[in-house]
Design a protein around this ligand. Structure first.
Ligand code: KG4
Ligand code: ZN
Length: 347
């Protein structure tokens, strides 16, 4: 089974080909970071236009790299949400056109499901497992019980963790995006003298909150402008690490109340590339008797392979979608989870 995957929900234009034997035949990602850098954040209109300009050539490149003709495909998977709606439409319409032209099934993929299932592509992981999804748009702890069976245990009540990294990076005058820049700056920094709050730490459940931490960084820099960016970066990372370990620890307890033998924690999303967080979560997993599964960084950030793989899984389960499948800006993984008014589509 061979599936083409298309991803255009944020600021990466991506196309990949993945097969049923978990082989990534091609995986091409074009980052738009340079287009958005002057604005210090993703500009939806610029993103959508860049996707339109790049997507056809990128798919051609992926098919060439995989040494395949379109008619070799068994299905076409495209992100149908959640994300920036203009971009989602570009990829989804392209996927529909290819599916219609070659008379193969369309798979309209939830971007979050792509992140959620990546560990099955990279590590052949069996259900159930606990997922910590940490990206620019999301911060959730989800119990992955089976294909299409996702139980949200906790989520952010305001900002996503990647958003907090990006905003803190901006305040510190670091390069865009802030996440990798903070990690790099923190390498030579000493966070021990940096006093920052640990929002939600010690609270029941496993929800997150990051808007207070962001404000605290602002206040700290106003009060002590002499602080070195690298020290604040290290202090910020330490604060996020403490919160993550506390929240994930509670989620493990909650998940094990349902599946006592649960033994894998998976991290996914762009922030999962962070070394410090990986170390802290690895310690937590060792203490609690779980294995931490961290897919390689290039499969943690947005990519087409995760979308193609979600397509492979859905196709293998006999699922596919009609050609009028809608593009959605909001599309929770767990439809039963309660909405978070201040987090909107991030929850
Ligand atoms: O999953 P992703 O590529 O896009 C979505 O948001 O869906 O995640 C991007 C986010 C950005 O906020 C970026 O700053 C963050 O992931 N990020 C990192 C690192 N690499 C990327 N955050 C912390 N440390 C990193 N090494
Ligand atoms: Zn993502």
């Amino acid at each position: 089974m061979i599936v083409l995957g298309i991803e255009t929900s944020c600021d990466e234009t991506a196309a990949a080909v993945v097969d049923g034997e978990r082989r990534i035949r091609a995986n091409i990602v074009l980052s738009q970071i340079d287009d958005h850098r002057p604005y210090g954040g993703v500009v939806p209109e610029i993103a959508a236009r860049a996707h339109v300009e790049q997507i056809d050539g990128l798919i051609r490149q992926a098919m060439d790299a995989a040494k395949l003709e379109f008619t070799d495909l068994d299905g076409v998977a495209a992100t149908a949400g959640p994300g920036l709606i203009g971009g989602v439409m570009v990829g989804l319409v392209t996927g529909k056109a290819i599916a219609a032209a070659i008379s193969r099934p369309l798979l309209a993929i939830n971007h979050l499901e792509g992140h959620a299932l990546t560990a099955r592509l990279t590590d052949n992981l069996a259900f159930p497992y606990l997922l910590l999804l940490v990206s620019g748009g999301h911060c959730q702890l989800v119990l992955i019980e089976g294909l299409g069976r996702y139980r949200r245990l906790g989520t952010t009540i305001d900002d996503a963790v990647g958003e907090a990294f990006d905003k803190a990076g901006k305040m510190l005058g670091l390069d865009y995006p802030g996440g990798p820049a903070i990690q790099k700056a923190a390498e030579n920094g000493d966070g021990r003298l940096i006093k920052l709050p640990r929002p939600m730490l010690g609270r029941e459940g496993c929800d997150f909150s990051f808007s207070g931490l962001k404000t605290a960084v602002r206040r700290l820099l106003d009060k002590q402008p002499e602080l070195r960016a690298k020290d604040v970066a290290a202090g910020f990372q330490a604060a996020v690490g403490d919160v993550m370990v506390d929240r994930a620890g509670n989620a493990i307890t909650m998940a094990r109340a349902i599946y006592p033998d649960l033994d894998h924690l998976v991290i996914a999303g762009g922030v999962a590339a962070n070394n410090h967080l990986r170390l802290r979560l690895d310690e937590l997993c060792r203490e609690r008797g779980l294995d931490l599964v961290a897919p390689p960084a290039h499969l943690c950030t947005d990519n087409g392979a995760m979308i193609a793989w979600a397509g492979v899984e859905r196709l293998a389960a006999g699922l596919h979608d009609p050609l009028d499948a809608p593009a959605r800006d909001r599309w929770p993984l767990d439809p039963d989870a309660k909405p978070m008014p201040f987090a909107g589509k991030k929850a």
